[in-house]
Write a protein that binds this ligand. Structure first.
Ligand SMILES: [Zn+2]
Length: 611
């Protein structure tokens, strides 16, 4: 459908009508205003509206009666009512009985209404049919909807995009299903339309693979494991790691058992106990695959190999080392099917994302991504490159290491043995006429000066700095010998980020939070709240209570005033205060916002963002 949806607004509040009219017309919707129920029903009888937005409390014909009138005049209209404090409880249930498609509670933010209207209007217009076979199913997404629900509604989850879940379904216009999935997963649902047979086929394929792995791993835990070949055990450990989204597998002999642990979202978890007599055959198998010396048990070794499992290629880097209890092995899992994320998937607050995307559009200047090790800086840089990677831009990178290979991007690997460093690599890059330059990290004076120069001479430069806050990144460049006035004219923005674990939607429930944590929330958000979402642990989240991670971002824009302050020798605190005055959401605020929305826990935010 090319034409945008038509919307009927029914409200006696003039300013409300005007505001909505302005915004929605701006977005290309056809909008008609009716100031009372009688006029609204007449409008609905004279032409078709895709969506009617009805105030519940109006003089004369009230919202419920208006709703019934509109439904009668045109059953094809999606209806939403707006309620407020003054609305009587019974009216909302009457509206629900009358078949209203959505309820908006007043007071609300205009932005929230518009978003809701857009999602309803788009659902109405109906997403186009996709060819499901061309879509990949992300294991993390699959965990979000249990098989039973997927079969009941004929939906298959495809991927997580930030706080949204993209699903393919045969009836994307069924609001009941969308609302139910939204309520169960506590994520916004973005539906794509797919043929029913394709959806059922995908459910069979993906959920079966999931439960097969789980069943076989459970069998391993039983007494018969000694009869299972070592090669099969190793395959299963790798399948299980891919299924759980683990980054590492630890194989560790203990006094009475062989302990198997997975690292998931940065934390180690016990996965399985095997009898000790499996230890030697398992390590021998591993050493053969990784082309290590199988007779060597004392000296540490490392190697790598690739296996195909469940239709995907998985690269593994293996390392062994001797301990008093015997040889331990650690396998790093590099799942090749994992693609580079899109910027909206990373977890930016929507205003910060808009600001960042605007900065990315400028042809020159430098954007720095800061944060401690393991805070997701590379993921952000890669998502940025993905967004910038169009035909008209020449993108060149110098990285250590190259973690993902882009099409049409010239990527150079740092190599100290041939004297190829970030700084010397930059000199090579200049000769390649770049529009965009990615420099993995700024950590020495030579690189700092070279990137500043590049940003001032007409390239857009992206890089990362290992500092704990955004202003710290600016001062790091100054510490590395770049003049403050050059820093202030080169750097256009600094991102500061952390990763927090996401609450598992399958086992989460509201619980009382410890008082000291609540007080920090209250202080930051200016509102009291005692109950927060926590995961109890279930089979979907490997009994951790958490499933996947999301980023927390602070986006500092180097404004005219901040440039002046930087040259004038202002402190980091003063610059930060100015940025907040100019509308920056701090890292702490962005983190607490995720707690507020039930995406993560107070504990995670306090541990990763506050301290
Ligand atoms: Zn769970």
């Amino acid at each position: 459908m090319n034409e945008k949806a038509s919307i009927l607004i029914v409200d006696d509040d003039e300013s409300m009508c005007e505001t909505l009219l302005d915004i929605l017309e701006d977005k290309g919707y056809g909008v008609v205003i009716a100031r009372d129920g009688t006029k609204a029903v007449a409008e609905a009888g004279s032409r078709h509206f895709d969506l009617a937005l009805i105030d519940i409390m109006m003089p004369g014909m009230n919202g419920v009666e208006t709703l019934q009138g509109i439904k009668k005049a045109d059953p094809g209209t999606t209806t939403m009512i707006m309620t407020g404090h003054s609305a009587l409880e019974g009216m909302v249930s009457d509206a629900l009985k009358a078949g209203v498609d959505g309820v908006l509670d007043k007071p609300f933010e205009i932005a929230a209404i518009v978003e809701m209207i857009e999602s309803k209007a788009e659902t109405r217009a109906g997403p186009p049919l996709i060819d499901l076979k061309k879509y990949r199913v992300q294991p993390e997404a699959l965990h979000l909807i249990p098989e039973e629900t997927a079969r009941k509604y004929d939906v298959i989850p495809l991927r997580i995009e930030g706080d949204s879940l993209v699903v393919a379904m045969s009836q994307p216009e069924n609001l009941y299903i969308l609302d139910d999935i939204q309520a169960r997963t506590r994520m916004r649902v973005k539906p794509l339309r797919a043929a029913l047979m394709d959806v059922r086929g995908a459910i069979n394929l993906h959920y079966r693979a999931l439960s097969e792995v789980e069943n076989e791993i459970e069998l391993l835990a039983s007494a018969d494991v000694a009869r299972v070949p070592a090669s099969r055990i190793l395959d299963l450990l790798i399948d299980g790691a891919v299924k759980d989204g683990a980054s590492d597998i630890h194989i560790e002999p203990q006094q009475d058992r062989l302990r198997i642990r997975y690292r998931i979202d940065g934390h180690l978890h016990d996965r399985l106990s095997l009898p000790l007599n499996v230890h030697t055959p398992l390590l021998s198998r591993l050493k053969i695959l990784a082309k290590m010396d199988i007779t060597e048990r004392r000296r540490p070794q490392d190697g790598q190999f690739t296996i195909s499992t469940k239709g995907r290629k998985v690269d593994l880097r293996a390392a062994t080392a001797n301990t008093p209890r015997g040889e331990v092995a650690v396998l790093r899992v590099l799942d090749k099917s994992i693609s580079v994320m899109e910027l909206p998937e990373l977890g930016f607050l929507s205003d910060s994302l808009k600001t960042y995307q605007k900065l990315l559009q400028s042809p020159s200047g430098m954007i720095l991504v800061s944060g401690p090790t393991g805070s997701g800086k590379t993921t952000t840089l890669y998502a940025s490159i993905k967004q910038l990677n169009t035909e008209e831009r020449n993108i060149v990178t110098i990285e250590d290491p190259i973690e993902y290979q882009f099409d049409n991007v010239k990527q150079i690997q740092v190599n100290p043995q041939i004297d190829l460093t970030f700084a010397s690599g930059l000199r090579v890059i200049y000769r390649l006429d770049p529009d965009v330059i990615l420099v993995g990290e700024v950590r020495d004076a030579e690189t700092a000066k070279a990137v500043t120069q590049a940003a001032l001479s007409g390239s857009l430069v992206l890089s990362s700095v290992h500092t704990n806050n955004a202003t710290g990144a600016l001062f790091r460049l100054i510490d590395l010998g770049v003049e403050p006035f050059l820093v202030s004219s080169a750097v256009t923005g600094v991102i500061n980020q952390r990763l927090v674990r996401r609450v598992c939607p399958h086992c989460s429930s509201l619980r009382e939070a410890p008082e000291e944590e609540r007080l920090v929330y209250e202080e930051e958000m200016g509102e009291a709240r005692t109950q927060f979402y926590y995961g109890a642990g279930c089979k979907f989240c490997a009994h951790t209570g958490y499933l996947g991670r999301t980023g927390v971002f602070e986006m500092l824009v180097v404004s005219g005033e901040i440039k002046r302050m930087l040259i004038g020798g202002a402190s980091g605190k003063e610059i930060k205060d100015q940025a907040v005055k100019e509308g920056m959401a701090t890292l702490q605020h962005a983190g607490m916002q995720k707690v507020k929305e039930g995406l993560t826990t107070l504990h995670e935010v306090l541990r990763n963002v506050f301290y």
